[in-house]
Write a protein that binds this ligand. Sequence first.
Ligand code: IMP
Ligand code: MG
Length: 180
Amino acid sequence: MTAKEKPQIEILFSGADIERRNTELAEEIAADLGQDILVIAVLKGSFVFAADLIRALHYAGVRPQIDFMALSSYGDKKISSGTVVITRDIVDTVKGRKVLLIDDILESGRTMNFATKDLLARGAETVKTCLMLDKKGKRVNNFEADFVGFDCPDLFVIGYGLDFAHYYRELPYIGYIVNG
Ligand code: IMP
Ligand code: MG
C-alpha cells in the first residue's frame, strides 16, 4: 500500500488522551525544572507535540524559550555505528541553561543519547528529555528519558507529528495502519 491509498487507522492514543497526558507532563516538568527553561524541539517529528506541550507548560507556570534542531540518524543498514548528525542547529546559546529536549519517539536511544551529550558539551547546565512515546524494546543503549508521554507498543505509529513517507503528521491522534 502507498501512503496515498485509503488507510484504515487504529487509534492508540486519542486527541483527548494526549491532551490529558500533556497537562500531567507539564506539571511534572514545571515541578522539576522551574520557570526558566530553554525548550529545544527536535524536528520534524516533535513539532505538534512540542506546540501543545509548551502551551500546557504555560498553564503550569513555566516561561519557556523555544528553539529547534533537526537530527538525522543513520540506521544499521547504512552505517553500523548508527551515527547521528545535526542537520539544522539551534540558534540560541545553551550555556548555563536548563534545557528541555523534546522529541517524538524514543527507539534505539541513539538520537537522544547524542543530543543530550552534545548540549551538555556546549555548556548546558542540565539537559532533561521529554519524549511523547517510548518503544522500550528497541533500545541499543541504556538511555532513559526523564519524561515520557506514553509507552508505545512495537508498531510503526503515525500521527500527531509522526510520519509514514512524509504523510500523516497532521492526524490529531496517534495510531497505526492496519491494512498496510
Ligand atoms: P532513535 O531513538 O534514535 O532510534 O530515533 C527514533 C526516530 O525514528 C524517531 O525520532 C522517529 O523519527 C523515527 N521513528 C521511530 N519509530 C517510529 C514510528 O513508529 N513511526 C514514525 N517514526 C518513527
Ligand atoms: Mg525524529
